[in-house]
Design a protein around this ligand. Structure first.
Ligand SMILES: Nc1ncnc2c1ncn2[C@@H]1O[C@H](COP(=O)(O)OP(=O)(O)O)[C@@H](O)[C@H]1O
Ligand SMILES: [Mg+2]
Length: 367
């Protein structure tokens, strides 16, 4: 058989037309194309995914095959192997109190009731469904709701080591969990003072046996208080995600949140607009109850990425109350798709930053 009339460089050039999923760079720039072997006219190579692959794998593979077919004359068989390596936040993360965690994300909002916990839970479960190893810490001392939303009634298991108590995270829907709600009775939570809450959060980082995780999400209390400061001082956070609703006041609060994180040098990974519009369960008509599109405008004003808009639907609340997040309860519904899309944009945003931005300085956590 005749030897190939193309070389490795031709293959890379052909593949450069394909965008890395949920990133603003192409697959070659994202270092996703590796180990190219050309035998006769046949090509074999590895696609190394930089975001969790499950939802993007098939379409990317077909795009890559099309690009080769279009740009390589005389192409033979194409074999594609898959690997995954989610980039980590870097050395600082590896030297932190949770060295097995690659990325940490604070899910925040200016005020309560905007659906921060709902968003945190659905993003965490969507990331787990997409193949990532995910943890979720409920750090909202004023309204810990993760145990209910994730249907966990049991206390975390504890054991003693060298006179110190260590905790094992609970698991639900493939997500490793720890909640301040496991440690305090709901009626006591409100009288906790800031320092006690901060102490509990630090304990979640130092005294819990977290497994290796690609993403550890924090469901934060609303606003910009002690817990936010403690977290930003305890970890080199990959960044903060701001949840807003379309009403002006929530957006004004979102702006405050963005500025607070900027002051402590925590990058803003993006904004999610929740309860963005209403879709009638009966006729399917879309109703923009509040001034629609404010989240997108605000993110443009503040120059932070817009990660998506989540409609208001009764089923989301029902799922929350039942302890079955909507991405698990009705994975094919439009609202589940918008959560999944936001989760993938978040993953893309984090990976792109990790591959291009210099890593944050190490943070020494002293207890
Ligand atoms: N997109 C949505 N559609 C319908 N209900 C929602 C949506 N997002 C949140 N909710 C409901 O709104 C209430 C507040 O949400 P929650 O996530 O607890 O807010 P926060 O954590 O910001 O206080 C809950 O009852 C929740 O089920
Ligand atoms: Mg909450």
């Amino acid at each position: 058989m005749a030897s190939a009339s193309f070389n490795e460089q031709d293959v890379l050039n052909a593949l450069r037309v394909v965008q890395a999923p949920y990133m603003n760079i192409d697959v070659v720039a994202a270092d996703m194309i590796q180990d190219i072997v050309i035998t006769d006219a046949n090509i074999r190579f590895t696609v190394d995914f930089k975001i969790p692959p499950a939802f993007v794998q098939d379409s990317l593979e077909s795009d890559l095959r099309k690009a080769l077919a279009n740009h390589i004359p005389g192409l033979g068989d194409v074999t594609i192997d898959l690997t995954v390596s989610i980039p980590s936040a870097g050395d600082a993360m590896a030297r932190s109190v949770v060295p097995g965690v690659r990325n940490t994300i604070a899910v925040s909002s200016g005020k309560g009731g905007v659906g921060k916990s709902t968003v945190a839970v659905n993003l965490a479960v969507a990331l787990a469904q997409s193949g990532a190893r995910v943890g979720l810490i409920d750090a909202d001392i004023y309204g810990p709701s993760i145990p209910l939303m994730m249907n966990v009634q049991t206390q975390p298991r504890a054991y003693s080591e060298g006179g110190k108590t260590r905790l094992l995270p609970t698991e639900s829907y493939g997500v490793q969990l720890m909640s301040i709600g496991f440690l305090v009775k709901p009626e006591d939570a409100l009288i906790w003072r800031g320092p006690m809450a901060s102490g509990a959060l630090k304990q979640f980082l130092t005294d819990v046996d977290w497994e290796e995780l690609d993403y550890l999400l924090f469901d934060m209390p609303p606003g910009t208080g002690d817990i936010q400061l403690t977290l930003s001082q305890s970890l080199p956070l990959s960044g903060a995600l701001i949840v807003t609703t379309p009403q002006d006041i929530a957006l004004a609060d979102a702006r405050k949140g963005v500025r607070m994180f900027e002051k402590v040098s925590v990058p803003i990974l993006g904004l999610i607009e929740n309860m963005s519009y209403y879709v009638c369960a009966h006729c399917g008509e879309r109703d923009e109850i509040f001034d629609y599109g404010g989240g997108k405008r605000t993110s443009e004003d503040l120059d932070v990425p817009f990660l998506g808009e989540i409609p208001i639907t009764t089923r989301v609340r029902v799922g929350g109350d039942k302890g079955v997040p909507i991405v698990e309860l009705e994975p094919e519904s439009a609202v589940a798709v918008s959560f999944r899309d936001a989760a993938m944009r978040l993953a893309g945003q984090i990976s792109e930053r990790n591959m291009t931005a210099p890593s944050a300085p190490a943070i020494d956590i002293s207890l």
